[in-house]
Design a protein around this ligand. Structure first.
Ligand SMILES: NC(=O)c1ccc[n+]([C@@H]2O[C@H](COP(=O)([O-])OP(=O)(O)OC[C@H]3O[C@@H](n4cnc5c(N)ncnc54)[C@H](O)[C@@H]3O)[C@@H](O)[C@H]2O)c1
Length: 257
């Protein structure tokens, strides 16, 4: 539903992984606050569906199918968004390759490792650098939100995933410290167990969460939106906002693998 006095009117956001889950929900949130949205995903069908849904609601949305694991992807995203909408004010980096339970320390392939690192860390850095330079040159007090994971702090039996998310968290802190004097804020947004497509809950996980339920993409997107609006988070940078229904304060025991 369109708000009467949107907080992000006339601004532009890049949202990666906007074809599904949390990225899609955040694309809807920023659009509903009046922003133009440049959606990026590797999946043409899902991307097309997301763009069409936003446009049907009367929002300004354009999309590009780009594999963020390939060299040059950051420049493509940056150029595409500027061509579509001009100056850039926000980045949401939600894309992340599928995390498969079978990709353990014994089995994860070199290609799978590289793709996880490329999308999460290298692309994440390269896009932030391009957009950050642009914001400094244009004197834009920009905001960025990078999706990390509770497994930036705790093992997940998926070393490529957990270590790449830990690296993203430090990337956020590095850039936050450097950019703060330019008025640019960047924060990590950390979902717990969110039934959003990228996560398949097993067993009685919901009962182990203090709030006794899995989260939704909408739960995470609402906090992401808060981090993008200065009215609510103007003095918040370089930190990590956890949206997990209390999961991370619960100590559970799993057999060591
Ligand atoms: N869902 C959860 O419980 C959970 C928990 C912790 C962290 N996260 C993080 O939140 C973010 C979003 O999670 P989600 O559950 O919405 O994921 P999702 O799998 O539903 O969506 C991810 C999107 O990224 C896209 N994508 C994957 N690889 C890509 C590539 N190489 N280039 C471009 N696009 C690509 C996919 O097509 C998909 O549309 C991810 O970074 C994930 O690691 C999610």
């Amino acid at each position: 539903m369109k708000r009467q006095s949107p907080y992000l009117a006339g601004e532009t956001a890049i949202v990666t992984g906007a074809g599904n889950g949390i990225g899609k929900a955040l694309a809807v949130e920023v659009a509903s606050e009046g922003a133009n949205v440049f959606l990026v995903d590797i999946d043409p069908q899902k991307l097309n569906d997301s763009v069409s849904e936003l446009q049907a609601l009367g929002y300004k949305a354009q999309g590009a199918v780009i594999d963020l694991a390939l060299s040059g992807a950051a420049q493509q995203v940056f150029d595409g968004a500027q061509t579509a909408f001009g100056p850039l004010h926000m980045v949401v980096h939600s894309a992340s390759p599928p995390r498969r339970e079978t990709d353990t320390w014994r089995t994860v392939s070199s290609d799978t490792w590289d793709a996880m690192y490329h999308v999460n860390v290298k692309f994440g850095f390269e896009l932030a650098r391009l957009v950050g330079q642009h914001m400094i040159e244009e004197k834009i007090a920009g905001r960025m939100v990078y999706l990390t994971s509770l497994h930036a702090h705790t093992p997940r039996n998926l070393p490529h995933y957990a270590t790449s998310k830990a690296a993203m968290l430090m990337l956020v802190k590095e850039l936050a410290k450097t950019w703060a004097r330019h008025g640019i804020r960047i924060n990590a947004l950390t979902p717990g167990a969110i039934a959003a497509g990228g996560f398949k809950p097993a067993g009685d996980l919901a009962l182990k969460i203090p709030m006794q339920k899995l989260g939704t993409a909408q739960d995470v997107a609402a906090m992401g939106l808060t981090l993008l609006i200065d009215r609510f988070s103007g003095y918040v940078t370089g930190t990590e906002l956890v949206v997990d229904g209390g999961l991370s304060v619960f100590n559970w025991f799993e057999p060591v693998q």
